[in-house]
Design a protein around this ligand. Structure first.
Ligand SMILES: Nc1ncnc2c1ncn2[C@@H]1O[C@H](COP(=O)(O)OP(=O)(O)O)[C@@H](O)[C@H]1O
Ligand SMILES: [Mg+2]
Length: 231
C-alpha cells in the first residue's frame, strides 16, 4: 500500500490499508467533515493518464451512484486532490468470500455449510437482481468481490467492469434472428409443414394439441374449426 496512515486526500485521512485490487488501492479512511470511517478506493496520480483505468473508475462511481441496495456497498462521493482521485464509499468490515471459503477449508477440510451458502447466495442474488432491474450487469462477480460481515450481511463490491446492458441484449436478439443459419430456418419450416400435415391427418401429438389449446385459451388462436390459424 503506498499511502501511509495520516496521509490526507482532501477531507479524508488514511487510517490503514484494506486491500489492493486490479484498479488501485483501497484504504480505511476518516471523513474529517462527517467524522466517520469510510472506505476509499484510490486511483494513483500515475494512472490518471491511463484512459482504461480512468474509465473504470468513473464507471464504478456512476454505477454505484445509480444503485441503492442493502447488499451493494454504497458510494458516498468522489474526491480529487493533486491529481489523485478517490472513490469514497461505505466501509464493509469483514472478510471477502474467497478468504471465508479458504478459512473454512483449512478449519474443516471442506467448503461452507449449506446453510451459510444459502444465506450468502440469497443476498448476492438480491443485489444482482436490484442491479439487473436497473439494466446493470456486474461482469466481475467472484468471491474476492463479495464481502461478508461478521453479522453475515453480504455486500457485493467492485462494479468497475459493470455495464448497462439493454442495448447489448437487444443486439443479441437481433443478431440471432437475422443470422440464424439457413439450415436451422429450413428445419423449422419443415417442422411447421409436418405439423400442418399431421393436424390435417388427425395425427398431431398430444403436446402439440395441448399447446394449441393453451394458445386458444389465451386468445392467440381462433376457436377450433373457425379457419386457418395465423402463422
Ligand atoms: N467498501 C469496501 N469496504 C471494505 N473493503 C473494501 C471495500 N471496497 C474494496 N475493498 C477491499 O479492497 C480490495 C480491492 O477492492 P476492489 O473493489 O475489488 O478493487 P479492484 O477494482 O481494484 O479489484 C479488496 O480486497 C476489497 O475487499
Ligand atoms: Mg476486485
Amino acid at each position: 500500500m503506498s499511502l501511509a496512515a495520516g496521509t490526507r486526500l482532501g477531507a479524508y485521512e488514511v487510517v490503514s490499508g484494506l486491500g489492493v485490487g486490479g484498479m488501485g488501492e483501497v484504504y480505511r479512511a476518516r471523513d474529517t467533515r462527517l467524522n466517520r470511517i469510510v472506505a476509499m478506493k484510490v486511483l494513483p496520480a500515475a494512472f490518471a493518464g491511463d484512459a482504461d483505468r480512468l474509465a473504470r473508475f468513473t464507471r464504478e462511481a456512476q454505477v454505484l451512484a445509480s444503485l441503492n441496495h442493502p447488499h451493494i456497498a454504497a458510494i458516498y462521493g468522489v474526491e480529487e486532490s493533486d491529481g489523485v482521485r478517490a472513490l469514497v464509499m461505505e466501509l464493509v468490515e469483514g472478510r471477502d468470500l474467497s478468504e471465508l471459503i479458504d478459512a473454512q477449508w483449512k478449519a474443516a477440510a471442506r467448503g461452507l455449510e449449506l446453510r451459510d451458502v444459502l444465506t450468502i447466495a440469497r443476498q448476492i442474488a438480491e443485489a444482482l437482481d436490484a442491479a439487473h432491474s436497473q439494466g446493470i450487469v456486474h461482469r466481475d462477480l467472484k468471491p474476492a468481490n463479495v464481502k461478508v460481515r461478521d453479522d453475515d450481511t453480504v455486500k457485493v463490491l467492485d462494479f468497475g467492469l459493470a455495464k448497462a446492458v439493454e442495448f447489448a441484449v437487444v443486439r443479441v436478439r437481433a443478431v440471432r434472428d437475422a443470422d440464424r443459419p439457413s439450415a436451422l430456418r429450413r428445419r423449422d419450416d419443415d417442422r411447421r409443414a409436418r405439423g400442418d400435415r399431421a393436424r390435417g391427418a388427425g395425427l398431431e401429438s398430444t403436446a402439440g394439441r395441448h399447446a394449441r389449446a393453451r394458445a386458444r385459451a389465451a386468445g392467440a388462436l381462433p376457436p377450433e374449426g373457425s379457419g386457418t390459424p395465423p402463422a
